[in-house]
Design a protein around this ligand. Structure first.
Ligand code: SAH
Length: 297
């Protein structure tokens, strides 16, 4: 932690505390190195740990990263025991960094993959500041995601989209399908529109529950996201998000009713979009609807 110029006693105490926590974590990880020998990481349900057991599938997932010309680093979220990491480390086009919230997993990885030296982060991906950690560098994200926080991870991707040209994720199958869905499908929803505004999304393949230890209750789907050319939408982006979210919150209603709380301006009352339901509108339609709201067209 950098020391501010006008550092007083309180701030020094803070720094000492921070150092103490760092050292304790380091010692625990070192202790786990020794204790672990060749034991495996015990799957912890509360961390969403379902370890993929088939290398063939792991290799297929890693091979979905194809835009390595546009980044030099790949950040793996939740490497666990490193079944994806092993294949990532074989690639020379980028450097692999991993983040896991589980100390035992980090200890396991450091022990089994010496190549990962100084490239492991022990922490919560949702708390990680990508700009601070990676500066201006672009990076790809990859991970067999903990399913309980996958939506939050996707929102974080969205917030950091300028820095992330590509991502490959394994998620609960229904969520993966929803993200890649086209309009007029019952799977098409908030995250499909928001992500498809900035990413091309391809549903790659399905993975059965039996390919994990322990097997999850659901099937999984792998998707690949590639940043599109859109730098900025042709409308107010915050308003766009608000309209999409409000529209889908009552997805069975026409937009005229679903968007009532936004007090639609008189000028847009005749728009044919308002007679449709949110799931019938494409990203371009939502942009247009936002422009209408802003009185731009
Ligand atoms: N990639 C491995 C493990 C997947 S299980 C495999 O395919 O076998 C999900 C992993 O995400 C676990 O290792 C879990 O510890 C980690 N995890 C859970 N929540 C996390 C968070 N908030 N930030 C980073 N990692 C997390």
């Amino acid at each position: 932690m950098p020391l501010p110029k006008n550092c007083n006693v309180g701030c020094l105490a803070l720094r000492t505390n921070w150092l103490r926590i760092k050292i304790i974590n380091l010692l625990i990880i070192k202790y786990l190195h020794l204790k672990m020998k060749d034991d495996k990481v015990k799957p912890k349900k509360y961390l969403g740990q379902h370890f993929l057991t088939e290398k063939r599938i792991a290799e297929r997932i890693v091979n979905l990263l194809q835009l390595s010309d546009s980044y030099t680093r790949v950040l793996e979220i939740g490497p666990g025991m490193g079944i994806l990491t092993e294949f990532l480390l074989q690639k020379t086009a980028f450097k692999t960094v991993v983040i896991d919230i589980d100390k035992e997993s980090i200890a396991y990885l450091e022990k089994h993959f010496p190549m990962l030296e100084n490239q492991t982060i022990f922490g919560d991906f949702l708390e990680l500041n990508l700009q601070k950690t990676f500066g201006e560098q672009t990076l790809a994200l990859i991970g067999n995601l903990p399913y309980n926080i996958s939506s939050q991870i996707l929102f974080k991707l969205l917030e950091n989209r300028q820095q992330i040209p590509e991502a490959v994720f394994m998620l609960q199958k229904e969520v993966a399908e929803r993200l890649a869905a086209a309009p007029r499908n019952k799977e098409y929803g908030i995250l499909s529109v928001l992500l498809q505004a900035y990413y091309e999304i391809q549903y790659a393949f399905t993975v059965e529950a039996g390919s994990f230890n322990p097997p999850p209750k659901v099937r999984s789907g792998v998707i690949r996201l590639r940043r599109n050319e859109v730098e900025k939408l042709a409308c107010d982006e915050v308003l766009f998000q608000k309209i999409v979210k409000t529209g889908f919150n009552q997805r069975r209603k026409t937009l005229r009713n679903a968007l009532k709380s936004l007090q639609l301006p008189e000028s847009m009352k005749d728009s044919p979009f308002l007679n449709q339901r949110a799931e019938e509108l494409s990203v371009a339609d939502f942009v247009r609807l936002t422009q209408l709201y802003e009185g731009k067209v």
